[in-house]
Design a protein. Sequence first.
Length: 283
Amino acid sequence: MATKLSGVILGTFPELRYEPTAKRIRATLGGNAVVDTLHAWLVWEPKRITPIYAVPEAELLAALTPPRDPAAVVPELGVRLSAGSPPSLDPRTGFGRHTTSGEQLDVVAGTTTAPGAAFRPDDPDLAGYVVLDFAAFQWREDDEEIIGHPRDPFHRVDIRASSLTVEVSLDGVTLAKTDGAQLLYETLLPVRYYIPPGDVRLDLMEESPKRTVCPYKGEARYWTYPGTEDGRNVAWSYDKSFRDAAQIHNLVSFFNERVDLTVDGILQARPVTPWSRPQDRRE
């Protein structure tokens, strides 16, 4: 019987998962080294979509101490990647929300303490390793800075040029039309259409203060189409910080989930993802 691989990947989300990485992983805190190792693992706690680093405790250059303060209550933000996929944790759910048993610890490097920034899992397969809060430290893979979260080795981004006619509209107003889009294919996510800014009605939109980071594509800035909730932060563009995403630098993409997207004259169905309108998400 044939196996659909995306089903295998989604089926592992309720489990504790790990994968060794050959990269040199370094972290600092307040300018002090925390770890420098060639033996890091990527770890996904149950229900987590994105990985974080686990490092050998014996290679830590900082101290682990019992928590100085009681652990704060970290809310669990639920999400589904697509209709029918298993419930998962939105990546915005803080590190302190652990879904496997273990011991939370403070990290002390020099005179700086990162409260609750380490977690020692009970699982015997992870014995000798501690998981570190990505947001608490500054990270490098080899000699390159890493932002957002570690890259998932099973997650891929491909970008392809297209001559298809792509049209974006909202509430009957055309916001973009092009035959020069770049199509971005990302594992388990819908196709994103990146459009040259000259083919986008940016004069009808307002630049937003919202900023996000993606470890695969860089930092994004957003635009809002005013007057409708669907139009809030509906379009974005990436800066030039990542060579891997050079084909989409400064191009504009829209959330397929909240606009009317027509490709070569065919209206596309709005996908159900974490970025859909709340009323469209099927939990």
